[in-house]
Design a binder for this molecule. Structure first.
Ligand code: PMP
Length: 286
């Protein structure tokens, strides 16, 4: 089946979708994105992703071209047209096509480009890796200083992912001034003596929608949460480690730079948080 994608209001077969070579997303990574997971045909944490999308756009002074209702309708239409049970919807909004290349932002009337597509991932919530856990390696965080904006400039995280693979790991944790910022596409946590520790929100990390939900559920379940940065050495001494993202949900981490965490076994806090997150977020899925 040919995938149907969304481009500026049209639903078209993927091989007929077109974006200009002058699009600033293509030339300058001048665009932002969101990834919403789909479970049982329903969208997880949709409202949270819309809030962050609007914030990212506003930080870059890109006009928001659609209403929340339009975004929701387009997500649902793509899920339906592509028969997605479990999977993802990727949404990208760029500053659009000013008709030429220039460093200065184009006039405000330049229409932003909106592209959306689905990715089918049957059994997404039942990933085998959640039972065995990920191995991560540390790398220097060489990204820019506004990681709170979800831009499409993902080359460094992509390089870090390749380095992780080359070193036999599943992902990389990025480190700045001796402290972990986050994973290549997820937020990073450790658990010590029952306390869940994750870096505080700032411009240094992406404000994960899954992070916000997981911390809320953890607090509701009377778990202790400490929002502060930690080192790789502290992580290696932790009882557990895990990451969160819209597509991995809560994913246990069992090894950091070759050192086993919690005896190299998936921990009970991560397992419980994964269960709670999936259960609770399904209740509010749209
Ligand atoms: N940090 C980074 C750098 C990411 O790319 C992502 C995933 N987009 C996350 C954290 C997790 O965010 P979310 O839970 O909203 O998917």
């Amino acid at each position: 089946m040919t995938r149907t994608v969304y481009v500026n209001g049209d639903y078209v077969p993927e091989d007929q979708a077109r974006v200009s070579v002058f699009d600033r997303g293509f030339l300058m990574a001048d665009g932002v994105y969101e990834v919403v997971s789909v479970l049982g045909g329903r969208l997880i944490d949709f409202d949270g992703h819309m809030v962050r999308l609007k914030r990212s756009l506003s930080e870059l002074a890109i006009a928001n071209p659609l209403s929340d209702e339009d975004y929701l309708a387009a997500h649902r239409e793509l899920v339906a047209q592509n028969g997605i049970g479990d999977g993802l919807v990727y949404l990208q909004v760029t500053r659009g096509n000013p008709g030429d290349r220039d460093f200065a932002y184009p006039p405000v009337e330049t229409q932003p480009t909106v592209v959306m597509f689905t990715q089918s991932k049957p059994g997404l919530a039942d990933a085998p890796a959640a039972r065995t856990g990920w191995k991560v390696v540390s790398v220097d965080d060489l990204r820019w200083g506004r990681r709170d904006i979800k831009t499409v400039q993902l080359l460094y995280p992509s390089m870090a992912k390749m380095e992780a693979k080359a070193r036999g790991a599943d992902d990389a944790w990025m480190v700045e001034e001796g402290r972990v910022t986050e994973g290549t596409s997820n937020n990073a946590y450790i658990v010590k003596d029952g306390t869940i520790i994750t870096r505080e929100l700032s411009n240094d990390i992406l404000h994960g929608i899954t992070r916000a939900a997981v911390l809320r559920f953890a607090r509701e379940a009377q778990m202790q949460v400490e929002e502060r940065a930690f080192t790789i050495a502290e992580a290696q001494e932790a009882d557990e480690a895990f990451v969160t993202s819209a597509s991995a949900f809560v994913m246990p981490v069992v090894e950091i730079d070759g050192a086993p965490i919690g005896g190299g076994k998936v921990g009970s806090v991560a397992t419980r948080l994964r269960e709670i997150y999936l259960e609770e977020s399904l209740k509010s899925a749209v």
